[in-house]
Design a protein around this ligand. Structure first.
Ligand SMILES: [Zn+2]
Length: 302
């Protein structure tokens, strides 16, 4: 059996092989049909967000679009039908024919469900709004997964780009203490060092760190639930965080409390309270800590 990835390629080729966008189909009277083949990018997008499963969810259909034998049993179905006699065509605003083959108007179903929403006896059961909701619900987790994957990919390819704090004016104003310029420069340098260290972490480790700072040293269960990480992953992330002395796993030796991730000030030895300060600063200034810790934009302190 082929790998998941090569199955995807096979499916893309099959979707492509339908002569995407090349020709315009004609009706018997010679006029152009509204129904056009989806653009190749749209077909790929549909497949990526399908998880290789029919989008039907009521009841949930788990039919695989590319079968174990590499057969293609999926069908691209229109939510608003393209042809005048087709299902839900009356919902079309009649403006741009190409809207009908846009990603948002198409869903990937198994042949049974594609037939069910289009056939005359049954199609009246399914409104445009209902089908859009079915599509949305099915695609959402894959969209999220893809976004994650893309950001991981960007990180891996480009390296983590740290935007350093240069003046920290906003932070000093919020803190309300009067530092002379030399003292300010010292704090800015320390925060710069911290930013660089955080920038060496993987994105996932930065997400854990941001959560630990936000939630003030939460237990592992909460972290695993929020970030849908398993214990093994979390343990290795904790090692990563300990490596820059930002945080570490704390296990109560009496086993009374759940293991927690606790913060360490090592990365910023000159300002040990920095994590707590950052939390309070972000809260009172309405800044998302993720933008600083995960997206590495320390210029938000300026
Ligand atoms: Zn199905």
């Amino acid at each position: 059996m082929r790998s998941q990835l090569s199955q995807r390629w096979v499916a893309w080729r099959q979707l492509d092989g339908t002569g995407m966008g090349a020709t315009v189909a004609r009706r018997k009277d010679g006029t152009e049909k509204n129904r056009r083949t989806p653009l190749p990018d749209v077909a790929r997008q549909l497949f990526v967000f399908s998880g290789n499963e029919c989008a039907w969810s009521d009841p949930n259909c788990t039919t695989r679009l590319v079968t174990a034998e590499n057969g293609w049993v999926g069908e691209i179905a229109h939510i608003i039908g393209a042809e005048p006699t087709s299902a839900r065509h009356e919902a079309w605003d009649g403006k741009d024919v190409d809207d009908l083959r846009h990603f948002s108007n198409l869903m990937l179903l198994c042949k049974v469900h594609a037939r069910n929403i289009d056939d005359k006896p049954s199609r009246g059961e399914f409104t445009v709004e209902y089908l859009r909701a079915v599509k949305e619900r099915h695609e959402a987790p894959y969209r999220f997964g893809l976004e994650q994957l893309e950001s991981e990919f960007k990180d891996a390819v480009a390296g983590n780009i740290v935007t350093p704090a240069t003046t920290m004016r906003r932070y000093f104003r919020w803190e309300g203490v009067d530092l002379d310029p030399a003292e300010e420069a010292e704090v800015i340098a320390l925060v710069g060092k911290l930013a660089d260290r955080v920038g060496t972490l993987t994105r996932q480790a930065r997400q854990v760190l941001a959560l630990v700072v936000k939630e003030d040293e939460p237990n592992c269960q909460l972290i695993e639930r929020r970030l849908t990480a398993d214990s093994t992953t979390l343990i290795s992330i904790c090692e990563e965080l300990a490596g820059i002395e930002a945080a570490e796993l704390y296990v109560d030796e009496w086993g009374e409390d759940l293991p927690r991730v606790v913060l360490r000030g090592g990365a910023v030895s000159g300002i040990p309270e920095m994590w707590g300060q950052l939390r309070m600063f972000a809260t009172s200034e309405g800044i998302d800590l993720n933008d600083i810790i995960v997206n590495l934009d320390f210029s938000l302190l300026d």
